[in-house]
Write a protein that binds this ligand. Structure first.
Ligand code: EPU
Length: 422
């Protein structure tokens, strides 16, 4: 599947931000913890969510769509023995099954989770934590299966994660929701707090949100009525749209922006010379009045730093800013590959190593045939194609559908010339 984009023109109008992918995935996983029905609202209609929902259904979960973005989930008859291997290998978020399944069933057999090709993505920190909690972990290389099983019922009160990991923290938090625990070196990304809010609605008592120590004081209630939760709006999608408006020099209103989760991102955009106003949860980008200038260093790191998921959109912004920007992705080794595609489109780029690159602007981008190497790179190339003069063909556009709901239809609402070709 590909997108054909005709760029070089200004966009205008308003665009809504959808629910956060990386908050919705752990929320879906957390429903495994309880036999009580859960209603989740504001789910984004994206590939990774459909894959995760199919995974749950294959394990016996009863899932009904109540409205366009709202589902009712009943996991009372779920069995982890029916884990669908082909789906597990498709997305990284499958790793989120570990915490809730081990908490509720004490045993899991799971193949290596898939995901974007953005460098090595080990799960050693997750596995070490479960070993420490009394589980054995056996890996069969021939079958690519991890067999994790509770060996001792160890009443451990505290665990220190061996490094900052988002899904690792979410796994341990979900585990702790049935077996209360203090988690040290917890990551503090906003969607971890969103997961926490759901667990609290399930009856848990949790201290320490926003800090690197989370403590579950009381487990979730097994009895009670329907649990209802609305997924937070996506800071990454919001940031992507703000950068899109700035890079195409367009005046666009972006609705439902989780502003408090984007503090440094918005500060950096100001430093780039992007003019915008915030009113409530809406951001009005005045791209036509912005004079983009390079920033000396743009460092992507853990929250509250610039999210690595926004590093690539910032990279395309840097191609339009006057001067030289150093981009430094401290998290992943393979997240600069999109720069080879921007280079084809006429950007001036010097890749220093697998984490750092220098980008010189402004460059007149021109439409080309490019590949969406991963989800965020794909969204970045959509922005680049809308900036570029002429026609671009974006191959492997299904990567973009994994994380952005009907992006072509929504961008057409703000006058983008983009069409999908199957
Ligand atoms: N790491 C390890 N061992 C582990 C776990 C992580 O060495 O056991 C390393 C990773 O290799 C990486 C760093 O620690 O260098 C951070 O990884 P983390 O575990 O925090 O990432 P993740 O949980 O796998 C989530 C998001 C990513 C997002 C990162 C960082 C989900 C499903 N995925 O991944 O989202 O980039 O946190 O914020 O929540 C995306 O949406 O495009 C995406 C890749």
């Amino acid at each position: 599947m590909k997108f054909i984009v005709n760029g070089g023109r200004k966009l205008k109008g308003a665009i809504d931000v959808r629910g956060s992918k990386n908050a919705a995935l752990p929320a879906l996983a957390a429903t495994i913890l309880s036999k009580r029905p859960c209603i989740l609202d504001n789910l984004p209609l994206i590939g990774d969510i459909f894959t995760f929902i199919s995974t749950l259904q294959a394990m016996g979960s009863q899932i009904d769509w109540l409205e366009e973005h709202k589902v009712r989930i009943d996991n009372s008859r779920l069995s982890p023995k029916k884990m669908p291997r082909d789906l597990i290998c498709k997305i990284r978020a499958s790793v989120l099954l570990l915490g809730p399944i081990l908490a509720r069933f004490g045993e899991v057999k799971i193949s290596t989770p898939g995901g974007c090709h953005i460098g090595p993505r080990p799960i050693d920190i997750h596995l070490d934590a479960f070993r420490e909690l009394g589980f054995s972990v056996r890996y069969s290389k021939d079958q690519d299966i991890y067999h994790i099983r509770r060996e001792r019922r160890r009443v451990q009160k505290e665990i220190t994660l061996n490094g900052l990991t988002v899904t690792g923290t979410e796994n341990l938090l979900m585990y702790a929701a049935l077996h209360p625990l203090k988690i040290k070196i917890a990551a503090i990304e906003p969607h971890i707090e969103d997961l926490g809010r759901l667990l609290v609605k399930m009856g848990a008592k949790i201290n320490g949100f926003g800090s690197h120590t989370l403590e579950v004081k009381k487990p979730i209630n097994s009895k009670g009525g329907v649990i209802k939760h609305s997924i937070m709006y996506d800071p990454i999608e919001a940031g992507t749209f703000i950068i899109l408006a700035a890079a195409t020099k367009s005046d666009i209103r972006i609705k439902h922006v989780p502003i408090d989760d984007l503090t440094l991102t918005l500060r950096k955009l100001e430093e780039f010379g992007v003019k915008f106003e915030t009113r409530g949860q809406d951001v009005f980008v005045k791209g036509s009045r912005s004079k983009l200038t390079a920033v000396p260093r743009l460092v992507a790191q853990e929250h509250p730093g610039i999210p690595t998921d926004l590093q690539a959109p910032f990279g395309v912004l840097a191609t339009q800013a006057k001067g030289e920007t150093l981009i430094f992705d401290t998290i992943y080794e393979g997240r600069l590959k999109y720069l080879y595609e921007l280079d084809k489109m006429g950007a001036s780029i010097d890749i220093l190593d697998s984490h750092r690159a220098r980008i010189k602007g402004p460059a007149q981008l021109v439409g080309k045939n490019v590949e969406s190497i991963d989800l965020r790179a794909g969204a970045t190339l959509v922005i680049a194609a809308l900036v570029a003069r002429g026609e671009s063909v974006l191959h492997q556009a299904e990567q973009i559908d994994r994380g952005y709901e009907k992006i072509d239809e929504r961008l057409r609402m703000i006058k983008a010339d983009i069409r999908r070709v199957e």
